[in-house]
Design a binder for this molecule. Structure first.
Ligand code: FHN
Length: 463
């Protein structure tokens, strides 16, 4: 008995100790929530990866460089002296900022984020901090960001800038260029071998300052790959943003806390979460244009991913990779426009909605210990339907035809009525033994995705 008591006491003590170590949830930050308001409403944005890498488009001197288009310099280990010659050939005569913004609007996207400087170090804007920029180093001579910022202002579109703060393969002090400048760090992985501080203070920080000063309101700064970004260094960028444009959002890849969580590339979490988050994703398999990548996702796949993400509380930042001439490849534009047409009819189920109150519809974790390609526990997604919410309403989006009556999960609120969102046609509800079902007409009104709105008594619809 005494032994039992002692064991129980020990368990209690260790439980209490564990509780003491668990960080308590952070108190809500009203300023951050305010900044995030538009982001939570927007749900869907256009990512644009555009730079000198669009010229080689995945090849160097006739050799295919495998991997992402914007990584061509790295993949084919192109020396700076060779790669920078591309600037003399950059003349995107077909670039039309208004057309790009119009496409984003036709696609139903509510914000745009363009690479202002990717890892190759080339700035798509006029910069006093480095002559390696589109105005000073190309025959084109015009500031891409300025044109896009002006067009966005004309069309009422929010604009954000991607900025590679750590990797800069053009600068001896920047991270990432091992083929010209050697490794970033000693084998201990800590001791820095480059003049990284000089690069940060001499180029990256001044350029971020330029971005926040010369282009009007910046919706967000999208930092990336925070190599060697200590919290202190990250904070210097965060301070710049907060001081120059307090309303600008910071993504989740700065190296210190941003305003929202960025998932891995093309990663859609298995579950919903209340914090703000965003999935950056490709429409084919590259970000920067590659001539050989025509693996476009279909409109149905994009629509599913969008609603899947939104039903889990996130945003979808979908990328296009324009050609060196300044054209967004036609097949990708067509996919975007098709999804945009669907959104014009069904956008009420997407913009500004809340996440699913359920979760079972997302899929299930395999019980057999299998791993996915990333080595993570395997999740088997279900793709039949997703649900989003507004006060008093649930929006069920069906991606395949339910063959049997669909049972509305039991909620505390009483069901009032249901209708198809696209044409407002009533959907007949059957209630038996406390269970409410409906049968969706076949073929579905829109084979890509059909939304049924279910209205409930009261505003807060709860399980
Ligand atoms: O290395 C980059 C890559 O080129 C691309 O910009 C993506 C977009 O999320 N971010 C990095 C890899 O995660």
């Amino acid at each position: 008995m005494r032994k039992l008591f002692a064991a129980g006491f020990l368990v209690c003590v260790s439980l209490l100790a564990a509780r003491a170590q668990t960080p308590s949830p952070k108190p809500p930050d009203p300023a951050k929530e305010k900044r995030l308001e538009w982001f939570r409403e927007a749900k869907y944005g256009m990512f644009i990866h555009w730079g000198l890498y669009a010229i080689p488009a995945g090849e160097w001197n006739g050799r295919r460089c495998l991997g992402l288009g914007e990584w061509v310099m790295n993949r084919c280990q192109v020396p700076v002296k060779e790669y920078e010659k591309l600037a003399a050939r950059f003349d995107p005569v077909k670039f039309n900022a208004d057309e790009w913004v119009q496409l984003a609007q036709d696609a139903g996207m509510k914000y745009m984020v363009i690479t202002s400087k990717h890892h190759d170090g080339f700035a798509m804007f006029k910069s006093a901090a480095s002559p390696y920029n589109v105005v000073d180093a190309t025959p084109y001579k015009k500031d891409i960001l300025k044109q896009l910022a002006d067009a966005c202002a004309r069309h009422g579109m929010r604009l954000g800038f991607y900025y590679s703060q750590s990797q800069d393969w053009h600068e001896p002090g920047g991270a990432g260029n091992t083929w010209d400048f050697g490794p970033d760090t000693a084998p201990d992985g800590k001791t820095e071998l480059k003049k990284y501080e000089d690069y940060l203070r001499g180029k990256a920080e001044p350029q971020v300052k330029e971005l926040l000063t010369n282009y009007g309101p910046v919706a967000l700064i999208w930092f990336d790959t925070p190599r060697m970004m200590t919290p202190e260094r990250g904070q210097r960028f965060a301070d710049l943003v907060r001081t120059l444009q307090p309303a600008t959002l910071i993504d989740g890849r700065l190296g210190t806390e941003g305003d929202y969580r960025s998932t891995g590339d093309n990663v859609i979490p298995a579950e919903a979460s209340a914090e703000a988050w965003e999935t950056p994703a490709t429409i084919n398999d590259t970000w920067g244009f590659r001539r050989d990548d025509t693996n476009w996702k279909s409109p149905g796949q994009i629509a599913f991913k969008l609603v899947d993400i939104v039903s889990k509380g996130g945003n979808y930042l979908l990328n296009v990779g324009p050609t060196a001439e300044g054209v967004i490849p036609q097949p990708s534009a067509e996919v975007l426009r098709t999804v945009g047409r669907w959104l014009r009819v069904n956008g009420e189920a997407v913009y500004g909605t809340g996440p699913s109150p359920f979760g079972d519809e997302f899929g299930e974790w395999t019980s057999r210990g299998a791993k996915d390609v990333r080595g993570q526990k395997l999740f088997l997604p279900h793709t039949e339907w997703r649900v989003t919410t507004r006060p008093g309403k649930l929006y069920f989006t069906f991606f395949s035809e339910p063959r049997a009556p669909f049972e509305i999960p039991v909620m505390k609120n009483r069901v009032l009525r249901a209708y198809r969102l696209a044409d407002k046609a009533p959907v007949e509800l059957k209630t038996e033994g406390g269970r409410t079902t409906f049968l969706l007409e076949r073929p579905m009104l829109d084979p890509m995705a059909t939304v049924v709105v279910v209205e409930f008594e009261g505003q807060k619809v709860e399980r």
